[in-house]
Design a binder for this molecule. Structure first.
Ligand code: DGJ
Length: 689
């Protein structure tokens, strides 16, 4: 007897059916509908070459039988059988969770599909639990977090990124007419190229049109694959990359595939705003999720490896005068770290650089009214380090292969409990002894020679390494609840919702060119909260393209404002400008960090950028040009979004005060006088009673 299960959020419904053959079928995903009886379509073998299962929309498809398309699950049983037949066994449903339990027909494997909903959000969290109820081992070769089926038989446009170091989050669209499109990382981290996300639409815009989206909560090697079949059906899988991956599930054991957060929206703005609110409410570590992030100064671009108390304090003095709230000393403070050739692994203060210890600096920074933060790259070691000399086998390696270096460094094998403990201890010791309230956790190279002799099945290391990183971060936060963590991997190589479940924010890119950043920030903001996007004002690229300090600040103020420039070289005018913008940012940061974001214009389609942030009674508009036009045709009639139609808003533009209704601003719009290349403006709108 067939049956329907409904997963409702406030505005959407996800419906699943169990057919007479106990196959779990996908029935519906879209705007909310009531618990109507949804018909489960018959499936049939079109002819001897196209099977029934290939046509069906199944909810979690295993490899096996007459199923030839992409699958979500594959394993190998003790008797060498490599196929699974997962049939519905039972379901549990309460107000906020549906669990469908599938069982293999023969082997005692249970696959539990979880669907979690929230009263305050339209996002559904899916995750998969695999339980080996037998006494024999099962080798899991593929365990995706979700399979996604799209409703229409016409082609979808699939959006992902095609980035690189210094150019992360470069959005690209692919119209998927035939075959598959794969976005992945095989590097051990998320990497800079593709995102562990799925966005599909058919001509949607920022404001309207159904958008189906999902983001994986995982920072290791991942895979997102969308496939369109010969009947026009588009399906996708998202999860841990099955490339070089397997997991031995012993009798009685359970393993979880990482969570995936998914939803459907009307337009891209709604998608971003739903996800961003959800992340604040349900993903980010709770300590700082709802608090605005402090304005920080980071010394990397000013001093690189050449750090010492005097120089850092001179920067700290300037940063404090400008209004910064946190001072972070980056790379170079430990071991024999004078350049990038030595020291990683030796997390003890370099006595030549800090002859009186590091407290002299920390106390100096605290006296200036700022918190102190420190850089670590805990997963790494260098051949020229005491750690490597003592424990050369603590790295991923094969006895027969030479370990290849990248940035002169090697990756520690965090799947060894003693290495995980060492990584925790090195940060713990510094936190115990010193008043450090912020850690920037960097990770500057992908894995290679991925052998782990300590594991019976070394192909588990991809998952186990990432889990170890999360565990260490969680333990630090538990012991030091005031500690803020920033995830960084040569810029934005670990910027994803997995990292953001354990770290409060991420470093989005090493490229701090204010114009390049607008593209990077646009890509990041699609599915991740702008609050978590650290954005430094620096002098990057100023020789190639002179950009005013106003433009630099207005670019960085669209995320979590930070400074990274060499303040000792700022003129007094520049220091005044910086002070002005930091004070302004503090006034508007709640709106930026917690408001709705409307990406009104972008350089590619409209020749200039306009982003609007709205929270309660306030809206903040940033407008930035790339090129200028004498007739100023581009920046005319800029219409806003997200205001109350019948409320009035006051604002000042080019020295004049105005009051207009939300309706006026959203329909007639503003005429902006931005004629020049690389010009910028910020306009604040306040609701009047
Ligand atoms: C890469 C990071 O992205 C930079 O911000 C900086 O921390 C360097 N590493 C330090 O080596």
């Amino acid at each position: 007897m067939s049956k329907n299960y409904f997963v409702h959020t406030k505005n959407t419904t996800y419906a699943i059916g169990v057919d007479d053959n106990r196959i779990v079928r996908h029935l519906y995903w879209g705007r909310r509908i009531c618990d109507d009886m949804l018909e489960i379509p018959d499936i049939w073998d079109s002819n001897s070459n196209h099977s029934d299962l290939d046509n069906a929309m199944t909810e979690y498809t295993p490899f096996g039988g007459k199923m030839y398309r992409n699958c979500a699950f594959k394993c190998r049983y003790f008797d060498k059988c490599r196929e699974s037949e997962l049939c519905f066994s039972r379901a549990h449903q309460d107000e906020n969770e549906l669990v469908l339990v599938l069982e293999d027909k023969v082997y005692n494997l249970e696959v539990k599909l979880h669907y979690v909903t929230y009263d305050d959000s339209d996002i559904i969290t899916r995750f998969v639990e695999l339980c080996n109820r037998s006494e024999n081992e099962i080798l899991i070769e593929k365990m995706m977090s979700a399979e996604i089926s799209l409703p229409s038989e016409l082609p979808y446009t699939i959006v992902n990124t095609n980035g690189s170091w210094g150019a992360e989050f470069q959005q690209e669209s692919t119209v998927l007419k035939t075959g598959s499109v794969v976005f992945e990382s095989r590097k051990g981290t998320t990497g800079h190229t593709n995102q562990p996300t799925f966005i599909a639409h058919q001509g949607a815009s920022e404001d309207s049109g159904p958008v189906y989206f999902a983001a994986l909560g995982y920072s290791g090697s991942f895979k997102v694959e969308a496939q369109r079949d010969f009947k026009g059906k588009t399906r996708a899988i998202i999860g841990v990359n099955d490339f070089d991956f397997s997991y031995t599930l012993k009798g009685g054991e359970t393993v979880f595939a990482p969570k995936v957060y998914l939803g459907v929206s009307d337009g891209f703005a709604e998608m971003s705003n739903k996800m961003s609110k959800f992340a604040v409410l349900h993903i980010l570590p709770s300590g700082f999720a709802k608090k605005p992030l402090p304005v920080l100064y980071n010394s990397w671009e000013a001093t690189a490896f050449d750090v010492n108390t005097k120089h850092q304090l001179s920067l700290a003095q300037k940063a404090a005068d400008l209004g910064c709230e946190l001072f972070v000393m980056d790379d170079g403070w430990f071991g024999k770290r004078n350049d990038d050739r030595a020291g990683l692994g030796d997390w003890v203060v370099n006595e030549e650089k800090f002859p009186n210890g590091i407290d002299e600096l920390i106390e100096g920074v605290n006296k200036l009214g700022m918190d102190f933060g420190l850089w670590f790259e805990p997963e790494m070691v260098q051949r020229d380090s005491d750690l490597f000399r003592a424990y050369p086998d603590w790295i991923y390696h094969y006895p027969t292969r030479e370990n290849k270096e990248l940035r002169n460094q090697l990756v520690l094998n965090l799947t060894k409990p003693e290495v995980e403990q060492y990584v925790f201890d090195c940060m713990d010791k510094m936190l115990e002894k010193h008043n450090i309230r912020y850690i920037k956790w960097d990770m500057n190279r992908p894995f290679s020679e991925s052998g782990a002799e300590n594991l019976e099945n070394a192909q588990e290391l991809w998952l186990r390494h990432t889990e170890a990183v999360y565990r260490v971060a969680d333990r630090l936060k538990e012991k030091y609840p005031y500690l803020q963590l920033e995830a960084c991997a040569s810029g934005g190589g670990r910027a994803d919702l997995g990292a953001l479940e354990h770290f409060d924010m991420v470093w989005t890119s090493d490229n701090t060119d204010p114009l390049d950043r607008l593209t990077i920030q646009r890509g990041f903001s699609q599915l991740y909260p702008v609050k978590c996007m650290r954005a430094w004002v620096t002098d990057w690229n100023n020789n190639r393209r002179r950009v005013s300090l106003d433009f630099r600040f207005l670019s960085s103020m669209q995320g979590s404002l930070s400074l990274g420039a060499n303040l000792n070289e700022y003129t007094s005018d520049e220091l005044e400008t910086a002070k002005h913008y930091i004070a302004l940012y503090k006034e508007i940061r709640n709106t930026i960090q917690f408001g709705n974001l409307y990406r009104l214009k972008n350089e590619y389609e409209h020749e200039y950028w306009a982003n609007e942030y709205v929270l309660g009674d306030e809206a903040v508009l940033f407008v930035m040009t790339l090129a200028g036009t004498l007739d100023n045709k581009h920046t005319k009639n800029l219409t806003l979004r997200g205001l109350e139609e019948n409320s009035y808003y006051s604002y000042s533009l080019d020295g004049k005060e105005y009051t207009h209704s939300g309706g006026y601003l959203m329909n007639k719009g503003l005429d902006l006088n931005l004629y020049n290349p690389l010009d910028s403006k910020i306009i604040r709108f306040k609701k009047v009673d």
